[in-house]
Design a protein around this ligand. Structure first.
Ligand code: ADP
Ligand code: MG
Length: 730
């Protein structure tokens, strides 16, 4: 180990004791939501009629007129300024996958040479960031390079605190002047609307719609992440630039001992978690769970579920908070899906369901026959949607970083299938074979004299190898990547389920006619479910998703297997996707295609940056270290020979070593050559193919030989902190 590394680690470890002393005790119920302009704050600060109108805007989507917006903005500003805010920002989610903000101060000239603090309704409801520097996937050609941000009153306004600076953050949608969505929030909101409209039709059929105004999509995302010592992080250009290691031999101790998962949380990490949670608490993010994950240095944080729009905003805040707080403890939070080769990667399990605005979860099997049958309709509609649009669901989670994880025998396979559990699968089979009755057994519901099968009260079993699992009263989309926004996969899921519910509702409405009898409803629903199960049950799979046998079986069943992003992303360029999204007014055909291009371009950029970083590290750090070691070996051998001792064996070893260093140099140059081409075609897809087929294999070759050398070259000469340091210094 070099002196510099020794010092870096010493500096880092001194943080540990320091961190423990920094904690402030707090009561969750006292601070929860303190930095949010909450319903309570609004009620206290707004005239009653304004408050009521605003609530109608928030809950029913009514328009807020300009005068009212002025009153709301002014109250919001006073609230923020009292808490130290000097600036406000429209907070939005461009297609970079991150959030964006541009701060403006509250000051306005008062006409007499001084300034006063002011915030108008116009400034609250609309902003104008320059759209030309954000990805648009060619959309810009169709409109001016201008876009605007529009206040989303359904997601709470909050304060962003950073040192002494406090900023009022207004969640907004980001669209072009011609109305094209340039962000992740706009289509999400539209997809929630689409799903609500179609789901309400099902409720009407079952006459369960009384008092229900809309259906909410609910989301509870579980976030996995890594923590590494920040001093070591800075000594790794690959982590710094790419958020993952591009080199690194496997340490002797990885995760074989299975001693990390749910293990006791290291003190420094716990301090970091507690402080992150405190900040999230202030922001009204209901964080609930924290634990060690499977890989060494891997952890998880999970909030309680909320409506999907707010949950997605909160998810962005969770990622940002983890990143922001970690350095205070000498740590770096890594959200990449696969920061370390050979050990588990990170996902973001998106727990998803649909519920009425009166709080009834539509994916919760319930006791009485009516809602029970309704549950089966929703369940079957999801199965149908996932089967018909597995390609879209797969593409919604495709990225250069998630490619390292999916299908890697530690994360869900790239083949989309549904895990239902034994009991529910049994029920689906009963539906298919004609709904025979079952007698009541432990844990199951007897539905009485109906043609419906029994429903389990609890899914019980779990499956960690499925990309999309039913877990008792919700689905868990487990293939989502840890660094990605939940908004996009949720948008796709909502849309495919909306389409499926539309189909089911249309079929039922047609067969049922007006005022059908109860018996007729049961018969018609049973017949349709039977048909749908027959058609779509191929997507149900309860076995081991990691096994080779499943890959073969899935192929037999005709399920799409898109191995990587370059296979998956072109799905958004196809007519099928454009038709679906435009039909439900989630995205136009042009917007859908633009997204396909943006994601492919991002893939190309991400891999190219990685490739270039590898070349630079190899040339400026690894080759020189390998050469220095070579010289040492050569000098030692020459000196030994000069002393008259036989060195034949060592000379042979030196020859082998020199050949290896030669391979290192030629692999570096080969990667550099691959990077300097762009492939033959000109489209983002052509570039992506070149990157996958030429650049990535060259990266793998270079890594292989560099990792071999890491295990030979003297530790004090090796320029990068090793996996051993990165993963085990806590
Ligand atoms: P576990 O998966 O360990 O059994 P839970 O059942 O409590 O834990 O849920 C895990 C995640 O699923 C949590 O983030 C939780 O908020 C979320 N969740 C629970 N119910 C729903 C729901 N109806 N819709 C969306 N997410 C949900
Ligand atoms: Mg879970």
């Amino acid at each position: 180990m070099t002196k510099a590394r020794y010092e870096a680690i010493s500096a880092a470890t001194s943080w540990r004791d320091h961190a423990a002393g920094q904690q402030q005790a707090y009561k969750v119920e006292e601070i929860f939501g303190a930095d949010v302009f909450s319903e309570k704050a609004m009620r206290e600060r707004l005239p009653k009629n304004v408050f009521q109108r605003l609530m109608r805007t928030i809950k029913k989507g009514e328009r807020l007129d300009a005068q009212l917006a002025d009153v709301v903005a002014s109250a919001m500003k006073d609230w923020a300024v009292e808490r130290g805010a000097t600036h406000y920002t429209h907070w939005f989610q461009p297609l970079t996958g991150l959030t964006a903000e541009k701060h403006d101060s509250f000051i306005t000239p008062d006409g007499s040479g001084s300034v006063m603090s002011q915030f108008s309704g116009g400034a609250l409801t609309q902003g104008e960031p320059d759209a030309s520097s954000f990805p648009s996937g060619g959309l810009r050609a169709t409109f001016e390079a201008r876009g605007y941000t529009a206040w989303d009153p359904t997601s709470p306004v909050f304060l962003n605190r950073s040192g002494p600076n406090t900023t009022l953050c207004i969640p907004t949608a980001f669209v072009s002047w011609t109305g094209e969505a340039l962000d992740n929030k706009t289509p999400l909101l539209r997809s929630i609307e689409a799903l609500s409209t179609q789901a309400m039709r099902i409720l009407r059929i079952f006459k369960t719609d009384q008092g229900v105004a809309r259906i909410n999509t609910t989301l509870g995302p579980e976030q996995e992440y890594f923590l590494v010592d920040r001093n070591l992080y800075f000594a790794r250009p690959d982590l710094l630039h790419c958020d993952r290691t591009l080199f690194g031999a496997k340490p002797p101790k990885g995760q074989q001992l299975e001693d990390h998962y749910f293990g006791s949380i290291p003190a420094r990490v716990l301090s970091f978690m507690a402080e992150s949670e405190r900040e999230l608490c202030l922001l009204g993010v209901p964080v609930k769970t924290r634990h060690n994950e499977v890989a060494p240095a891997q952890f998880e944080i999970a909030p309680i579920f909320e409506n999907a729009n707010v949950a997605c905003d909160h998810q962005m805040l969770i990622m940002e908070t983890l990143k922001r707080v970690a350095p205070r403890y000498g740590l770096q939070c890594i959200l990449h899906e696969k920061p370390f080769a050979g050990i588990n990667g990170s996902g973001k399990h998106n727990n998803w369901s649909m519920s009425t605005d009166t709080g009834i979860n539509l994916l919760d099997p319930r006791e009485d026959t009516h809602t029970n049958m309704q549950f089966l309709v929703f369940l079957t509609a999801v199965i149908r949607g996932v089967d018909l649009h597995a390609d879209l669901l797969r593409a919604s989670i495709a990225s250069a970083s998630n490619d390292h994880r999916l299908g890697a025998n530690e994360a869900p396979p790239a083949i989309i299938s549904i895990f239902l559990g034994d009991m529910l699968t049994d029920i689906v089979e009963q539906i298919e074979s004609g709904m025979r009755r079952r007698t009541k057994t432990g844990g199951q519901l007897d539905l009485g004299a109906t043609t419906l099968p029994n429903l389990p009260r609890d899914a019980g079993d779990r499956n960690r190898t499925s990309p999309f699992a039913f877990t008792g009263n919700k689905f868990e989309f487990r293939a989502v990547g840890s660094s990605q926004t939940s908004a996009w996969p949720m948008t796709v899921l909502n849309t495919i389920v909306a389409e499926s519910l539309d189909f089911v509702a249309s079929q039922l409405e047609k067969s049922l006619g007006k005022n059908p009898s109860e018996a007729k409803v049961q018969k018609v629903v049973s017949d349709l479910l039977k048909k749908l199960v027959k058609q779509h049950k191929r997507v149900i799979f309860n076995g081991d998703g990691y096994s080779q046998a499943w890959h073969e079986e899935a192929e037999k069943r005709g399920l799409p297997h898109m191995r990587d992003s370059v296979d998956a992303l072109p799905v958004f360029l196809k007519k099928k996707a454009g038709d679906l999204f435009s039909r439900y007014k989630v995205l136009s055909r042009v917007e859908t295609e633009a997204r396909g291009h943006i994601f492919l371009e991002k893939y190309v950029k991400q891999v190219s940056i990685e490739g270039e970083t590898m070349v630079s590290i190899a040339r400026t750090q690894i080759v020189p270290a390998a050469m220095a070691h070579q010289r040492r070996m050569a000098e030692a051998i020459a000196a030994t020979q000069g002393a008259g001792v036989d060195v034949a064996d060592q000379r042979a070893q030196l020859e082998e070593y020199v050949a290896r260093v030669g391979r290192l140099v030629s692999a570096t140059e080969a990667l550099d050559r691959a990077l300097s081409h762009h492939g033959d075609g000109a489209t983002p897809l052509d570039h992506a193919k070149h990157v996958r087929d030429e650049v990535k294999p060259a990266m793998a070759d270079l890594r292989e030989v560099a990792d071999e050398l890491e295990e030979i070259v003297a530790d004090e000469l090796w320029p990068l902190p090793t996996y051993r340091d990165l993963l085990f210094i806590k």
